[in-house]
Design a protein around this ligand. Sequence first.
Ligand SMILES: Cc1ncc(COP(=O)(O)O)c(C=O)c1O
Length: 389
Amino acid sequence: MEKSISDIDQNKILEELKKRLAFEKSYNKVLSSMCTPPLEISRLISAEYAEINLGDPGLFPETKQIEFDVLNIIAKILHAPQEWTGSITSGGSESNLLGCWVARNWSKKTKGIKNGTLLLPESAHASFEKAIDILNLESKWIPLTSKNKLDIEILKEELDETTIGIIGIAGATGTGACDDIKALSEIAQDSNSYLHVDAAHGGMIFPYMKEIGRQAPVFDFLLEGVSSITLDTHKIMGGLIPGGSIIYRSSEFSDTIAKGITYLSDSTTKQLTITGTRPGNSVIALWVLLKYYGKPFMIDRVKKSFALTDYTVKKLRGISSISLTFDPTINIIGFTNTKLSNESLVAKLKKFGWDLSFYSNWTRMVIMPHFSIEMIDKFIKDLENVLKE
Ligand SMILES: Cc1ncc(COP(=O)(O)O)c(C=O)c1O
């Protein structure tokens, strides 16, 4: 006989999940992710407000206001002008797709460019490959300098009347490098081009580096040629997964993708996102994070990540078969070794429970605030053993 819904034992289900997912929840050996476990209060908010749909703001006007407040804080961190517009998104991939979509539509509207070309560095995240495919764009991938930054001189050569946008990266996925956004901004201004900055990872790191006594590049709206910026909320900021944002300099840009959705409770609703239905709970949790934990919390996370990165680098430099691929500028480390391929090193470490990734031709680590000195020491010991085998 089939069980009825009232027979379902919730506790039993939760027990089963607890067993299956205990390790995945801990992040205790995760050395490859830009995400971290969220705060306890974020978890509580997530459960409490699970029914809120930000895609239907007529039903949830207060949450819409909270989204605005969150975006306003992010816009201020990024020194956006008063006329900023923006959206909370599902993460960096959606934000980058939006940035490319706006670049295409704005260039068509203001300059009549059809089937134009996007210029982007070879270090750009895979989300741009998706955006180029979805939006049917032509693209020119610009090589990097020896410092892993977009080569400005080559970009200048490639820029022409078919360019619909330039992409700069502030905190590249593989190396953490920040392109010369100042130079890109000047080029964008001189050529009246759209400039989108992918600061999905670096957007919440660079603003706090000065506070911890480190030099940081300027990458934001202080540079007048910057049109839009991607900044993820589920990375170093520590918001619920998934979460991201995009801020535009003004509605001149974002209006080019706005779509009216008349069937919603407020028929004047205009959406600026790919997703229609959107979670309200993660935005509410973010509001709490930014309003009540705010700057000291962010500085603490950035400071901890940098201190742990320095510690890890020192330990890695102490292993003779390892060489660092680049001097880390933020919390991303790349290294190679003389004993094993990067793939087999990552696979062997996985057997000890460690999760690292390989990127291009190096082994990649992202040092997030969920790390500890003890965790790194254990990892280094296992790494040394694997390399000795
Ligand atoms: C620089 C950069 N941009 C975009 C993304 C994509 O972000 P998401 O995974 O949130 O879609 C990432 C992810 O790591 C990233 O590092």
